[in-house]
Design a binder for this molecule. Structure first.
Ligand code: NAP
Length: 242
C-alpha cells in the first residue's frame, strides 16, 4: 500500500523541495498551490499529482481534498510574510492576508483532511511554523502574530488528537533562501537579497530533509517541535554577516 502525502505551497521553496524528497522516498505525493503551471512542471518531473489550491478559499480546499482517496501525511507549508511594517504603521490587509494563508489555511486543510488522516491508522500533520512563532522581532508584527497562532493551533490539535492515530509536528525554520523574502517585499529583489547578505542561509532542501526524517519515525514516536537555524543565525535578529 502506497501512502499519500499532501504538500501545500509546493510551487516553490520548502514545499517544492519537500514534494521532491517525499516522492524519492516512495510516497504518493499530491501537491497544491495557486501557480498551477509551476506545480504541474514539478509534478511531471517527480511523478506527483498537481491540483490547484488556494488555502485561503474554502471552496478550493474542498475541491482539492475531494480528489484524494486517502491521506497519510499533510504538510501545511503554504504561507509566508507580507511587509515588515511597525505595529504603529501596520496595514490591516497585510495582517489579514497573513492570517488567512498561514493560520486559517492550516486550519482549513487540517479540518478537511482529518477524517482521512485518522482513517489511515497512522496519520501525520506537519505544520511549517517559523522562528517567528517563537521570537518577536522589529517589523515582525503580523507575521509574528500569525506564526504564533500556527503554533497555538498546532499545540491544541495535538492535545485534541491524543488517543487517535495522528501525530502532530511543528517545524520552525530560521532564514531559508526561497522566494519568501521576495514575496515579503512585494517583488523587490534588491531588498530581498539583503536578508541573506554576507551569510549562508539554509536551503529548502534542508527543511525538506527534516520533514522526511520526521515522517519516517516509527508510529509510536512523535517529533513535537523542531527549531532549525543556519549556523550563521542564533536568533531572529542575531545573524553573523561577513
Ligand atoms: P516561498 O518560496 O515563497 O513558497 C511559499 C509557497 O506557499 C509557494 O509555493 C506559494 O505558492 C504557496 N502559497 C502562498 N499562499 C498560498 C495560498 N493562499 N494557497 C496555496 N499556496 C500558497 O517561501 P518558503 O520559504 O518556501 O515558505 C514556505 C513556508 O515556510 C511558509 O509557511 C513560510 O512562512 C515558512 N518559513 C519560511 C522561512 C524562510 O526563511 N524562507 C522561514 C521560516 C518559515 P503559490 O504562490 O503558487 O500559491
Amino acid at each position: 500500500m502506497t501512502r499519500t502525502a499532501v504538500v501545500t505551497g509546493a510551487s516553490s521553496g520548502i514545499g517544492a523541495a519537500t514534494a521532491r524528497q517525499l516522492a524519492q522516498q516512495g510516497w504518493d505525493v499530491v501537491i497544491g498551490a495557486r501557480r498551477v503551471d509551476r506545480l504541474q512542471a514539478l509534478a511531471d518531473e517527480i511523478g506527483a499529482r498537481a491540483l490547484p489550491l488556494d488555502v485561503t478559499d474554502q471552496a478550493s480546499v474542498d475541491a482539492f481534498c475531494a480528489e484524494l482517496e486517502r491521506c497519510d501525511l499533510l504538510v501545511n507549508n503554504a504561507g509566508g510574510a507580507l511587509g515588515a511594517a511597525s505595529i504603529a504603521e501596520s496595514d490591516d490587509a497585510e495582517w489579514q492576508a497573513m492570517f488567512d494563508s498561514n493560520v486559517l489555511g492550516t486550519l482549513r486543510m487540517t479540518r478537511a483532511l482529518l477524517p482521512k488522516l485518522i482513517a489511515s491508522g497512522d496519520g501525520m500533520v506537519i505544520n511549517i511554523g517559523s522562528i517567528a512563532a517563537r521570537e518577536p522581532y522589529r517589523g515582525g508584527g503580523g507575521y509574528n502574530a500569525a506564526k504564533h497562532a500556527v503554533a497555538a493551533l498546532t499545540r491544541v490539535l495535538r492535545i485534541e488528537l491524543l488517543g487517535q492515530p495522528v501525530r502532530v509536528t511543528e517545524i520552525d525554520p530560521g532564514l531559508v533562501q526561497t522566494e519568501f523574502a521576495t514575496v515579503r517585499f512585494g517583488g523587490d529583489e534588491e531588498k530581498a537579497a539583503k536578508v541573506y547578505e554576507g551569510m549562508t542561509p539554509m536551503r529548502g532542501e534542508d527543511i525538506a530533509e527534516a520533514i522526511v526524517w520526521v515522517a519516517s519515525r516509527p508510529a509510536h514516536v512523535n517529533i513535537d517541535t523542531m527549531l532549525m537555524l543556519a549556523r550563521d543565525q542564533t536568533s531572529a535578529q542575531v545573524v553573523h554577516r561577513s
